[in-house]
Design a protein around this ligand. Structure first.
Ligand SMILES: Cc1ncc(C[n+]2csc(CCO)c2C)c(N)n1
Length: 222
């Protein structure tokens, strides 16, 4: 007993590294990612964010305490009022209009990942749901930090994807990631080995679905 978040990444080490260091991420860092792949990713990420907002609404429903309810409410507000607006603006800079976003067909990888998270939250409790969301929230912060540690990463105007890295290395985003890590560490401290095994399975599944999401971008798959 006495688990913490890093025990989850250790338990699925190879999948976690495959997600953080995926070719999509490497190519985004060294500015060789085909623009069509980035556009495809941006479009599907719009749909992803909408379902992610629904997952926060589910977290509100699953909240046993007022503190948990407030946290879920904040998450939902941030996505709906801030992140989706930023994302629509970002898409428009990449030539994707709001009308085009509204008409998108959801790719199978988007469907698989988002519905997995919602189903996990539906059948489980708030901790199951947070663990299913963790690769998204914690992973993107770790990816930005990993990219910054690579000598091959290009920053600034030489990299068309620089704004993407900047978003996830930002103080605000890194603080949100830290808050989530603290919440998870506090909950994981009390779980039994059997419960930890269940949670690692959820974490691994969600991490593998993040890998598929990157691959969908590279392959332009629908
Ligand atoms: C496939 C995919 N996975 C993770 C993120 C990152 N992300 C989405 S919402 C959110 C936090 C909301 O407060 C974060 C970090 C993404 N954009 N797309």
């Amino acid at each position: 007993m006495g688990y913490r978040f890093t025990d989850l990444t250790t338990a699925c080490h190879d999948d976690w590294r495959a997600y953080i260091e995926h070719d999509f991420v490497r190519q985004l860092g060294n500015a060789t990612l085909p623009e069509a792949s980035f556009r495809h990713y941006l479009k599907q990420d719009y749909l992803f964010l909408i379902h992610f907002a629904r997952a926060y609404a589910l977290a509100a429903y699953k909240s046993p305490t007022l503190a948990d309810l407030r946290q879920a409410h904040e998450g939902l507000k941030t996505i709906v009022d801030v992140e989706l607006g930023l994302h629509v603006g970002f898409c428009s800079e990449w030539g994707i209009s709001e009308e085009a976003l509204a008409e998108l067909q959801e790719a199978r990888a988007t469907m698989a990942y988002t519905r997995y998270v919602l189903d996990t939250g539906n059948r489980g409790d708030l901790l199951d749901l947070h663990v299913a969301l963790a690769p998204c929230l914690v992973g993107y912060g770790e990816i930005a930090n990993w990219l910054n540690a690579q000598s091959t990463t290009l920053r600034g105007t030489h990299n068309p994807f620089d704004a993407w890295i900047a978003m996830y290395e930002s103080e605000e985003f890194q603080a949100a990631m830290q808050a989530e890590l603290e919440w998870l560490d506090a909950r994981l401290a009390d779980v039994t080995p059997a419960r930890f095994n269940e949670l690692s399975k959820i974490f691994r599944d969600a991490t593998r679905l993040e890998i598929d999401f990157w691959q969908m971008g590279l392959d332009l798959s629908d």
